[in-house]
Design a protein around this ligand. Structure first.
Ligand code: HEM
Length: 232
């Protein structure tokens, strides 16, 4: 069956991956907001008003979902989806380096000349994936040591988990803001992929040319179908 939908769109993300993405995004947001009053002095009144015990319970419930979500998603979307995220990191190549050199122009909403062809994910997305995975590991490891490590792990080591947890949360938040800006402000066509799983063929051909070439090579889409969808 062709990957083209309604003669204009290409199937990009599986439903399972879309659920994973939004559960991860919501968890990260709630964890950040419930953890923030602990570090930001100005938010102490919020902390007192909502009750530290309530914030802690919410933080821990969402932490469990944040930990389980990628593990469950990997079981269901190992071939495409989360499996693709992991494989894509190791595909970082010379074209990604060239892309990153020209990327600041794209960040400002321009269309830099001579952008190299990009695969399923571009160089910036590949870096975002690697960074988000590292941040997940740091948050989960430091969080679990603080939560369950009492009596098991030396207190001098546990004390280091506090700065590690907050630095990882801070970098993760900054990366998430950049990512949201790029998705909504710079490439709004990509956002449809996180809603119904499809993107405009014209967007895919322009921003992920190597991926489209691979779809044609594998016979999932014919060149004629792709050309027609791009024109639509
Ligand atoms: C309103 C919030 C968000 C929006 C609108 C959004 C949008 C998107 C879109 C459109 C894609 C697909 C890109 C493509 O198909 O090429 C994507 C992928 C992804 N998102 Fe989000 N996202 C949001 C929040 C988050 C958050 C909070 C995180 C992490 C904490 C996150 C992590 C990722 C990752 C790792 C990917 C795959 C690689 C990438 O595109 O960088 N997203 N997101």
């Amino acid at each position: 069956m062709s990957e083209i939908v309604n003669k204009k769109y290409i199937k990009r993300h599986k439903k399972g991956f879309i659920y994973f993405h939004w559960i991860n995004a919501i968890c990260f947001g709630v964890l950040f907001l419930t953890g923030l009053p602990l570090w930001v002095h100005a938010l102490k009144p919020v902390y007192e008003a909502l009750g530290p015990a309530h914030l802690q319970i919410i933080h821990r419930i969402f932490a469990v979902i944040f930990i389980a979500n990628p593990i469950i998603a990997l079981l269901f979307t190992a071939r495409e989806g989360v499996g693709t995220l992991i494989r894509e990191i190791f595909r970082f190549d010379g074209d990604d380096v060239k892309f990153l050199v020209k990327f600041p122009g794209e960040l400002l909403g321009k269309e830099p000349e001579g952008m190299p062809k990009q695969g399923f994910y571009n160089g910036g997305e590949r870096m975002n994936i690697a960074l988000q995975m590292l941040i997940w590991l740091c948050l989960v490891a430091s969080g679990l040591v603080m939560w369950l490590g009492g009596g098991l792990i030396d207190n001098s080591i546990r004390a280091w988990m506090i700065p590690l947890h907050s630095i990882a949360a801070g970098i993760g938040f900054a990366a998430a803001i950049g990512h949201i800006y790029l998705a909504i402000g710079v490439n709004p066509d990509s956002f449809q992929g996180m809603k119904d799983g499809t993107v405009k063929a014209s967007y895919a051909e322009h921003h992920h040319t190597k991926w489209c070439d691979a779809l044609v090579r594998s016979g999932k889409v014919s060149q004629a179908e792709l050309d027609e969808a791009v024109r639509h």
